[in-house]
Design a protein around this ligand. Structure first.
Ligand SMILES: Cc1cc2nc3c(=O)[nH]c(=O)nc-3n(C[C@H](O)[C@H](O)[C@H](O)COP(=O)(O)O)c2cc1C
Ligand code: SF4
Length: 436
């Protein structure tokens, strides 16, 4: 891969998640330096100067978020790492939790110092097993070594950490829902303002960052904002961990420097379509980002500016490759079933809209679709946009509009012929298709 790696800086071995291994490679020396030589506001200033954008999907500048917290305001502040990672196709935070849990913990301690946080949390996806065990073991090791608790590293800084396991709800990855879930209530998103940095967990100022966003903090503080900005582009500094799956030759987690040509990453690093097959399109950043066709892949670079100019986005970093011969009607059916199932039901456009869209797509697949159904799906998607408490209502619409704009003919074919255009082909490994 081109460019400097910021997170995958050490080889993954059987022991790379253990404290002894991490310490032998200089782990926790940045925390030591911060606690002894920097004031909290200097840390936030460095993070702001790095220009790092959130890696959880919304790409909000981390420094700006941290800057809202008023130090010395005589009230508790909270920090929470969002490790829910529920977006289908996304498994990059999992890589950090399994292979570099101490990188997250050191970064969280630095963030906690900067934000004057006494109690920090990690909200981790309930289905995660190995990532949870690795993180829990790392926390135990860190406590035993005096890296959490009272008077950390012999300084006045004290911080405790709690791991909170989710219970399988996609919407609990949304920051305000995550907070209500930690508080022991139903994981419902809530309207803003007030922002969570003003009134968050237990009604107190709270910073919620994605695992990968936080994992970058140690490197930013260790090497300085200027060094961080040398990687990536002016408006998308740094790198992105991309989890890539689907009909691709070499699936996995890669660290991609922002600004890398997308085709170079997919066809070079990842080996292109599975078994040499043609790629039809990709979902670049979790199912809530709009699909990009094979032609569009050739024209964009992997960064926020280029992907959003192409009508899509970096999103959650979960890239899914869709091979030639895959049916987009069936794909949309799967997506709408997911969104309908995961809607928390608070907002009418989302609760009713998801169910309505799900019923329409099921009707089309059952051979009972009407040509007007396609425009109806578009109308519902547009009506949801901006009309709901959280981003899920919008997200389902984006996915639907993206697929219908580029593959409308497949829906028309199915409605007219009561079957998929791709029927009569045999699906073989990885979606490579052959005629029967
Ligand atoms: C339905 C929904 C699910 C989300 N799931 C996640 C998630 O699993 N992990 C995550 O980091 N952010 C998720 N987010 C985004 C969070 O609300 C929030 O923006 C993010 O955790 C902030 O961290 P960042 O600024 O470091 O990106 C989700 C948002 C929505 C609307
Ligand atoms: S948009 Fe959907 S998931 Fe989000 S709060 Fe409203 S009903 Fe719940």
């Amino acid at each position: 891969m081109t460019g400097t790696k910021l997170i995958m800086t050490f080889p993954v071995t059987a022991t790379s998640h253990l404290l002894a291994d991490v310490r032998a490679r200089g782990g926790y020396t940045t925390l030591d330096k911060v606690l002894r030589t920097m004031r909290p506001e200097e840390v936030t200033k460095e993070v702001a100067a790095s220009g790092i954008l959130g890696h959880g999907g919304a790409a909000f500048p981390a420094g700006r978020k941290w800057g809202v917290i008023k130090l010395n305001d005589e009230q508790p502040h909270y920090l929470c790492a969002n490790a829910d990672e529920g977006e289908p196709g996304t498994f990059k935070d999992r890589w950090i939790l399994e292979n570099a849990p101490h990188l997250l913990l050191e970064s969280m301690l630095i963030a906690a110092y900067a934000l004057q946080v006494r109690h920090a949390f990690v909200y981790i996806r309930g289905e995660f097993d190995l990532p949870y065990r690795r993180l829990a073991d790392a926390v135990e090791e860190a406590y035993a070594a005096g890296l959490f608790g009272e008077r950390i590293m012999g300084t006045d800084f004290c911080c405790d950490i709690v791991i909170y396991r989710g219970a399988g709800s996609y919407v609990c990855g949304e920051a305000s829902a995550l907070i209500t879930s930690i508080e022991g209530k139903k994981g419902y998103p809530r309207n803003r303002p007030p922002r969570l940095t003003v009134r968050g967990l237990y009604q107190k100022p709270t910073v919620i960052n994605n695992v990968e966003t936080l994992a970058n903090v140690t490197g930013i503080v260790a090497h300085g904002a200027e060094a961080f900005r040398k990687v990536g582009t002016a408006k998308s500094p740094g790198t992105q961990l991309v989890s890539i799956s689907g009909h691709v030759e070499r699936p996995g987690v890669y660290e991609v420097e922002y600004g890398t040509p997308l085709a170079k990453f997919i066809y070079g690093e990842c080996g292109g379509g599975l078994g040499g097959s043609k790629i039809k399109c990709i979902v670049p950043g979790g199912i809530s980002t709009k699909v990009l066709t094979a032609e569009e892949i050739e024209t964009v670079t992997y960064d926020h500016v280029s992907l959003s100019a192409a009508g899509s986005g970096v999103g959650s970093g979960g890239m899914v490759v869709i091979g030639e011969g895959s049916c987009m009607v069936r794909l949309l059916q799967i997506l709408l079933r997911f969104y309908h199932h995961e809607s928390c039901g608070q907002c009418t456009p989302c609760r009713e809209g998801m169910g309505w869209m799900h019923r329409i797509i099921d009707r089309i697949v059952a051979g009972e679709g009407r040509m007007d159904d396609i425009d109806q799906l578009i109308r519902i998607s547009k009506a949801n946009d901006g009309a709901t408490i959280c981003g899920m209502g919008d997200a389902a619409g984006y996915a639907t509009l993206g697929i219908l704009a580029k593959y409308r003919d497949e829906f028309e074919f199915w409605i007219t012929n009561k079957r998929s255009r791709f029927e009569g082909r045999i699906e073989v490994a990885g979606g490579v298709t052959e005629h029967a």
